[in-house]
Design a protein around this ligand. Sequence first.
Ligand code: C2E
Ligand code: MG
Ligand code: MG
Ligand code: MG
Length: 285
Amino acid sequence: RAKASPLRSWSRFLPEMDEEMRERRSLQADLRLAMDRNEFDIVYQVQCAVSDGRVLGYEALLRWNHATLGEIPPTEFIGPAEESGLILPIGEWVLRRVCREAASWANPYKVAVNVSPVQLVQPNLPDIVTEALLDAGLSPSRLEIEITESAIISDKLRALHNLRRIKNLGVSVAIDDFGTGYSSLDTLSSFAFDKIKIDRSFLMGVKKDSHSRNIVKAVLGLGRSLNLPVLAEGVETEEDLELLRQENCHEAQGYLFGRPQKLSSSDLASHPQADDTEPDQRKSA
Ligand code: C2E
Ligand code: MG
Ligand code: MG
Ligand code: MG
């Protein structure tokens, strides 16, 4: 009897794998064209003080309006962009674009930009940040970089070096989606973050289950010990907010305060409305 080849035992999966791979390839091919075709856009979500609701800043979030498929969420294209390396030119575009837009705002709010782990370990990231700030004429103190918790373990030394250089510019750094990764207390303190963002998955369970609430409390305790402000993501209801108030959480972000939306400089002369309308300003390019 002939030995079963490893390929043959896999073959029943091949059609699906093939299909998936083709979809990924085609998505990546489209991503490659997206910048030239002007399909990317930035929306901003407000970040507020828990105590009195005042605006503290905005998080910039990337949007891709695909020519035929329409809006594709970042959760679907950031991964493929990272795998293909396309996140590097895309991430640079985001940094430059956000710095330019923020520089034109009537009020000097802070702006937070998500930086991928793939960008974080590139030796030239600090230079890219420097250039984006200089070209836009944006004060470094207005820029914050958000790094997801998982990012800091891949190439810790390089990441550490880059973040030091970026912080030396006067840019602040937040750890994003905190509670979903594996950072040790040692890692947390050696990276010298300026803010902890609690992942929104913990807010989603916070009313119903004491487990999530305890995690939120624990992160707030950690923030107090490290002397770091804590921002809770995914705040959707007054109830969420009340709980955060009781626990002395500093900052909050979520649909309760506003959905991510396009901002023009005139919007920023005063506090933009919590947006309950559909963004209809999407480019039809
Ligand atoms: P993130 O950085 O944790 O951003 C917060 C996400 O939560 C955003 O999703 C936002 O729309 C959503 N969100 C905010 N408030 C609420 C709420 O109250 N309820 C619910 N259900 N969701 C809320 P979005 O814009 O789809 O982005 C998803 C993720 O994609 C981001 O998570 C970030 O990791 C990544 N991403 C977005 N833009 C960029 C970018 O420019 N560069 C990189 N590298 N990653 C990005
Ligand atoms: Mg973020
Ligand atoms: Mg987050
Ligand atoms: Mg997230």
